[in-house]
Design a protein. Sequence first.
Length: 285
Amino acid sequence: IYLKKYFAASNPCTQLKSRGTGSSNILRFYYDHRTRQCDSFFYTGVEGNQNNFLTKDHCEQACAVSKNPCRRGIPYMIDRTSIKCYTDIPCPSHYWCHYGSTRDSSVCCQIESLMNCYVNENPCALKLETGEGDSELNRWYFDTRSQQCLAFTYKGNKGNQNQFLTKLDCNLACGRAYIDMCPHGEPVKSLDGSLIKCFQNVGNSCPPNSWCHLGDSDDTNICCTGTNTDICERSLNHGFGGKNLDRFYYDKSSRSCLPFMFGGHKGNGNNFQSLKECEETCLPP
């Protein structure tokens, strides 16, 4: 037990910051084991402990530093461990998921507007930030001038919320969600420019030469350009979007309706919300 205490005490990286008992103000650096970062402090010149380095480089060489990708503050932690996030693992309230180069390097950063005492959580209104670092990550951002989602190269650290893994994610977040719903261009619109909504169980609810694309809600049930004939002859198409919606399709080889998971976007007409709808359409009596 004594040896354990001795070696723990001799490791500067496990010791708390100590300013000492003198009267000087000497710039030094210490390792914060909570944030796993090296930060500056003023040492008084007398006593203190070993967690006291002349330069930040010396501190980072001595202690296991974890790179902080957040522009402000530190990543969300539980028991001093950064909580990972990704498209399928959301962050808690008031945090956003900073996507790194891998799932393991993706962490929750605090929303800056809340840190600055004003509320504007709209990532689409933020300016483009390419960030800091040596990475070259393909990302998308919403350009307020052109009102479009554009590609950019992200450096890996210190960016803001206006960065998305895919163009579809950007469109969904920034008000152009319907652009990538249909597999062949934009949705069908009425004369006044509004989208034509539809329901699969209502026959011919879309204009000629279009078909009903069923999303994850009534708002995303829209008419897409393309023929609606012979939908039961079409191959299984899971689509894109990561929504994992329970659907049914007609399988020609088995001559039966089978379940599948639909991503929520694109796909084709061989896509039914219920087994009954599939069988009534593709297995007539």
